[in-house]
Design a protein around this ligand. Structure first.
Ligand SMILES: [Zn+2]
Length: 621
């Protein structure tokens, strides 16, 4: 009897679900009867090692020489970090090539086993003559005396690194957020990261591990050519950077989002300072255009009927302030259990208007499912109107694929906006491992699917396929800094301004995510934030900043210093760039070379360059 009741109940439930599903299905007409596409087929990607040493080799000996002595190391992480911070470097494979540079960094290890006695002697000589040597994992080889420690030990588990009060550190790090870097997640049972610790150091270490041993040592030598510096680093920084930016350290920072957590950035700022200390002609490429203090991207997620209707209120305010924003729009053309469809012909004029106002239209997927990270890859042939993802609950979706979400939303937004769609943000920041290569395959360029506090950086970076350590993609990631899902956004303006001021200390990125579901205090917040940074920040869409970032990424410098009192900086910018900003050494004055250039202190914003340009500086002795 019980069995019978149970079977009746099961049948009733199934019947109910079928009727509900059918009801939702027939309630959704084909909303754009004239549209069908995209026509082209997406070739599903196979991750590959797309970058080699040659992509990071330039012949300017004023650049930092990055000597990589293990091709299987996480060198791509270190290279990516140096690029993000704007430290000019060139990869070399021999000690001889490295010795043409004032500042040499040896990665991933400098040991008696991987370096010849002659090369080790030459490095020591380099430092004693005023050069700089940074080396990772220094073990044996008669190096302790050079780096100023007595012995080094490899240990499997360090849980944190803390910067010391060495005055050198105070120039770039002075708050706990900057000075304390955990190496293990709060919730993890893992003990931490392995590293090399250095003992009985001659001078105050730059940084210590949690057990008090030195994580970064500093030694120096006076010479006729000035002071030479040697730094031994005990953390595998390339690995740390890739692990964090691949979202494998998502609970390492103090919070998920909305805070200043510059964990990777502290290490990169240390390297930038060492480079400036050791290289008279050290020029950094600012992460922000046009000599501004920071970059601000105002971004909106549209995933709700009221949100799409509210777009004009935001766009009008932003237009009146001359701030182009990015609108990530969900192309919801099906009614399902999450919501009614709202992406339809009657709202196309909202999309057209927002484009006319100078805003960017970007994709926020079709179904906005939290299950995006678990969806199948798809066929690469999904088309509107046949692609019908159906959200059943927060944790289940039918007939959906990663390829379908990316292809079909891009197609519909391009058809309705007339704009090329290049930026993507998933609903709930739900991020499949294959997202970078799938974005690349479906024609996107820029992604915003992780928070800055999860990625441990306030700088954009190159995304890796499958969260790997070896397979870079052409996609760049722009992490979310501040969002609106904690408390009442309108009450958090001072907090947000404080975060942005910190990021401005190294010209980083503030990516503001505000849903347009509410106008009122959210609209006021965006306006107040813009007012607070109107003069100091560079504002743009994700596509504008992304295009600038890619152009900067491919820019290289060559400095001629053969005439006293003069420096000629050859800037090579194959993709063309406006507002490339050089942070020059003190005492350099821009003399001319590129029209539209401007100097403000040590920041020199260059006018438009495509190809090669020569920029001239007068240098006071
Ligand atoms: Zn959303």
């Amino acid at each position: 009897m019980n069995k019978l009741i149970k079977r009746y109940a099961e049948t009733a439930i199934l019947l109910g679900l079928a009727i509900a599903g059918w009801y939702f299905f027939i309630r959704t007409p084909v909303v754009f009867p004239d549209l069908k596409g995209p026509a082209e087929i997406t070739v599903l990607p196979t991750p590959a090692p797309t970058l080699s040493f040659a992509d990071f080799q330039h012949d300017d000996n004023n650049a930092l020489a990055l000597l990589i002595n293990d091709r299987n190391s996480s060198w791509l992480g270190l290279a990516s970090g140096l690029k993000s911070m704007g430290i000019p470097f060139t990869i070399v494979e021999s000690a001889n090539a490295a010795l043409n540079h004032d500042v040499i960094m040896v990665y991933p290890a400098l040991t008696g086993a991987n370096t010849s006695p002659e090369a080790l002697r030459a490095f020591a000589e380099h430092v004693r003559k005023g050069g700089t040597l940074l080396a990772f994992s220094v073990i044996g080889g008669g190096m302790p005396e050079l780096f100023g420690f007595e012995n080094s030990i490899e240990l499997p588990e360090f849980t944190a690194i803390r910067l010391s009060n060495d005055p050198f550190n105070n120039s770039y790090a002075n708050s706990p957020a900057e000075k304390f870097i955990p190496l293990t997640e709060n919730t993890s049972s893992e003990g931490g990261l392995s590293g090399i610790s250095y003992h009985n150091t001659k001078h105050l270490p730059i940084a210590t591990f949690n057990d008090g041993s030195a994580a970064i040592t500093h030694n120096f030598f006076e010479s006729d050519n000035g002071t030479g510096h040697a730094y031994a680093i005990g953390l595998e920084l390339g690995h740390f950077i890739l692990r964090a930016t691949n979202a494998r350290f998502v609970q390492l920072a103090d919070s998920y989002v909305n805070e200043y957590q510059p964990k990777i950035d502290t290490f990169l700022r240390f390297l930038a300072k060492v480079y400036q200390q050791g290289e008279d002609n050290a020029i950094l490429l600012s992460p922000t255009p046009q000599g501004k203090a920071l970059t601000v991207l105002i971004t909106h997620d549209i995933d709700f009927t009221r949100s799409i209707n509210n777009i004009p209120f935001y766009a009008e305010m932003e237009k009146s302030m001359a701030v182009p924003a990015t609108y990530f729009i969900q192309t919801k053309y099906l009614t399902d259990f999450s919501d009614e469809f709202f992406f339809q012909p009657s709202r196309v004029d909202i999309i057209e208007d927002v484009v006319r106002d100078g805003m960017e239209v970007a994709s926020h997927s079709v179904s906005h499912s939290n299950e995006f990270s678990y969806m199948p890859t798809g066929t690469g042939k999904e088309q509107y109107p046949y692609y019908k993802p159906f959200v059943e609950t927060f944790t289940s979706v039918r007939n959906a694929s990663i390829s379908g979400e990316l292809r079909v939303s891009k197609f519909l937004l391009e058809q309705t906006s007339g704009q090329q769609v290049v930026s993507f943000r998933p609903g709930h920041l739900s991020r499949p491992d294959s997202l970078p290569q799938m974005l690349e395959a479906t024609g996107y360029l820029y992604d915003s699917s992780i928070t800055a506090n999860q990625a441990l950086t306030h700088l954009p970076y190159r995304a890796m396929a499958d969260r790997s350590y070896d397979f870079p993609t052409s996609i760049f990631e722009f992490p979310v800094t501040i969002e609106d899902e904690k408390g009442r956004l309108g009450d958090r303006i001072n907090e947000a301004i404080a975060v942005a001021r910190n990021i401005a200390r190294y010209h980083g990125l503030v990516n503001l995510l505000v849903h347009t579901d509410v106008t009122d205090h959210k609209l006021a917040f965006v306006e107040q934030f813009i007012v607070a940074f109107k003069d100091q920040a560079w504002f743009g869409t994700m596509a504008e900043y992304g295009n600038w970032w890619v152009a900067r990424d491919t820019t290289s410098l060559f400095i001629h210093d053969d005439q006293p009192g003069l420096r000629i900086v050859e800037v090579s910018a194959p993709l063309g760039i406006n507002g490339l900003t050089l942070q020059v050494p003190q005492g350099w004055t821009y003399n001319g070379g590129v029209s539209g250039s401007q100097q403000n202190g040590q920041l020199v914003s260059l006018g438009f360059i495509k190809g090669t340009a020569s920029v001239e500086f007068a240098v006071s002795p």
